[in-house]
Design a binder for this molecule. Structure first.
Ligand code: SAM
Length: 308
């Protein structure tokens, strides 16, 4: 039967905001009331027993711990750990300049700031005005002082503008269908676009989203000093994932980028519809609690013609 059964069998994941609290103290504090241990793959992520509810925990309300839920409007369920893998995959160093292209509500922005220990600069771009407010709130709660919020269209940022000449890494988490998330579990059980059975409205929506995702990725690739780009979606659809990467791979290669392998020990990789699919990372909407996709581009050499 196609109905949503709340999944109470999977562990809960939280991210420790190391700008405010160190891991050891977080383990100690949470350990007073819960069984808790560190995730074996994603740093700063803690694993709690199924059903643990921390919504009103003081460490959550004061921004020391972030629950890995994507959006308030979705189920109050915690999600898997996939959303905390994105910033880690990008791996910005303290002191870098980083651009978060589509950033509200700012969970990954806050994570970037923590990985950079608050050093360097993050430009957090967001198109939607109401969501800019949420972004600003997240940043404030996280204590991420090195973030500059930019209300505008990422596609309209001029890569040649001197303000972006030092941007070394871009996190691109564009609007997507959300088909990998719990709220959309029903969708995921229905025949998908990739199997050719989606209705015309679905196809239209996915095609429009994919067109934006491709434009945004092409735009990210055009920033002159960028060395690393992470592209992510919470979609299970090939058209928003492997197909986007496939269509931009020739441009990426011509600019000196290659696909790199985020979390090499992670077993689930891209669908084998593209050369280099083994570099791509997928999570499973059921097994991992959310369906996520991550691709990582790394530029080892900036070609002479591309040099600023
Ligand atoms: N990375 C965020 C996080 O982890 O909290 C989630 C980002 S959400 C998937 C995508 C965001 O991109 C939305 O807030 C949407 O309003 C924004 N967006 C869509 N088109 C945009 C554009 N052209 N420029 C900037 N932001 C855009």
């Amino acid at each position: 039967a196609l109905y949503h059964i709340p999944d109470v069998s999977k562990p809960r994941y939280v991210r420790v905001n190391t700008l405010k609290l160190d891991l050891k103290s977080a383990l100690h504090e949470l350990g007073k009331q819960n069984k808790v241990h560190m995730d074996d793959m994603v740093p700063d992520v803690l694993v709690l027993p199924p059903g643990t509810d921390l919504h009103n925990h003081p460490l959550v309300t004061n921004g020391s711990i972030f629950l890995q839920h994507l959006e308030d409007l979705m189920s109050p369920d915690f999600k898997g750990k996939a959303s905390s893998m994105v910033a880690v995959a990008l791996g910005p160093k303290p002191g870098w300049e980083v651009l978060d292209a589509c950033s509200a509500p700012g969970n990954k922005t806050a994570h970037l700031a923590a990985l950079m220990r608050g050093e360097g600069k993050i430009i957090a771009c967001e198109l939607n005005k109401d969501r800019v407010t949420r972004l600003a709130n997240t940043i404030k709660l996280a204590g991420a002082d090195n973030v500059k919020v930019l209300h505008g269209d990422f596609l309209n940022l001029n890569p040649e503008d001197p303000s972006y000449s030092k941007v070394r890494a871009i996190l691109l988490d564009p609007s997507c269908s959300g088909s990998g998330t719990a709220a959309d579990r029903l969708d995921h059980l229905l025949p998908s676009f990739n199997t050719g059975h989606a209705d015309a409205a679905d196809i239209h929506r996915l095609t429009k989203l994919a067109a934006f995702q491709k434009k945004a990725l092409a735009h990210a690739l055009s920033f002159p000093a960028v060395e690393k780009i992470v592209y992510s979606t919470c979609s299970i659809h090939q058209i928003e994932n492997e197909d986007v990467i496939k269509s931009l791979l020739p441009l990426a290669k011509s600019l000196g980028f290659q696909l790199a392998t985020p979390f090499p020990r992670w077993p689930r990789r891209g669908l084998p519809v593209i050369e280099g699919a083994e570099h791509l990372l997928r999570t499973d909407p059921v097994e991992d609690k959310e369906g996520f996709f991550i691709a990582l581009f790394v530029r080892t050499s900036i070609k002479p013609s591309e040099e600023p």
